[in-house]
Design a protein around this ligand. Structure first.
Ligand SMILES: [Zn+2]
Length: 291
């Protein structure tokens, strides 16, 4: 079934210019395309935001991974750097609003300053996406799957193709290369390519962390942050947070706890890029997803 479906996949790196792992991987593959070439389908290698990469910034004008919305793609008069890039990516990968797309599966490479290890961010419900997710979970038992169903999932780069997801690996600082993280991401991609080349039966069920809420930092009345992620919460992604558990610590040293009846798991804890978006972490529930 998979074989007849996949004709073209895209590996996109440097969507965020300061996430070096994916950027250097696609730069390496652009020089050595045979490394990601497999029988039966074509692999597009895309170095997405080269200007932001040169400037070691997440983006120049706006977040590219929140710019692939129908509004931006269909408004040629919107001229910010990432709005233009989003339309270029759409011509290459999409068209997003057309069932007949150039690319069947998009793998978008990201890193995070949160201690998320090897993880996938999935916001698509196509069968192909979940077969690939399930396969990778079998191959990499440490892999975590975070399903994001926030407001912005329709504007992700991977939403341009028929199926796909983002890979997030961390913790790693922005603008930094670490060989261990580079190799972790690389082996995940190679394994996925092998699956697309020689698909096999996989379990139709995956344990996922399903997005529930965003948690902002505690703030002063003027909007400034008045507390940090507590040392006992820092780096504890995918761990359970119950009512009364410590979340933040004020600049005076006062602890701030979680209030809520539902026990949830912390994800993207203290991700540097999310300070500007106004949240300190995401909360998710752990569920078995059948597809
Ligand atoms: Zn990113």
């Amino acid at each position: 079934m998979l074989k007849s479906k996949i004709k073209n996949i895209a590996i996109v790196g440097g969507t965020h210019g300061n996430e070096f792992t994916g950027a250097y991987l696609v730069k390496h593959w652009l020089k050595n395309p045979h490394l990601v070439k497999r029988e039966g389908f074509k692999t597009e290698i895309v170095f997405a935001n080269q200007r932001a990469f040169k400037e070691v910034k997440r983006y120049i004008d706006r977040d590219l991974n929140r710019s692939c919305s129908e509004i931006i793609l269909n408004s040629p008069d919107l001229n910010l750097h990432e709005e233009r890039l989003a339309r270029e990516l759409n011509s290459l990968i999409g068209p997003k609003d057309n069932a007949d797309k150039n690319v069947d599966f998009v793998i978008d490479l990201h890193t995070t300053t949160a201690n998320m290890g090897l993880s996938l961010v999935v916001s698509d419900d196509s069968l192909l996406t979940w077969l690939a997710v399930s396969y990778l979970c079998e191959e990499f038992p440490e892999l975590k799957v975070y399903r994001w169903q926030g407001d912005e999932e329709g504007a992700y780069v991977n939403s341009l193709g028929s199926a796909g997801f983002a890979i997030e690996v961390g913790a790693i600082a922005q603008g930094l290369l670490r060989a261990d993280i580079y190799q972790d991401m690389q082996k995940l991609i190679y394994s996925l390519l092998d699956f697309f080349e020689k698909p096999r039966e996989v379990k139709r069920s995956v344990t996922i962390y399903d997005h529930v809420a965003l948690v902002d930092f505690p703030r002063y009345k003027n909007g400034e942050i008045c507390a940090m992620v507590h040392p006992n919460r820092q780096d504890r992604d995918f761990e359970l947070i119950k009512d009364g558990d410590i979340m933040f610590i004020s600049f005076d040293g006062d602890s701030i706890t979680h209030k809520g009846d539902e026990s949830l798991y912390g994800v993207f804890i203290n991700e540097a890029a999310y300070y500007e978006k106004g949240f300190a972490m995401c909360l998710a529930k752990k569920v078995e997803y059948n597809f």
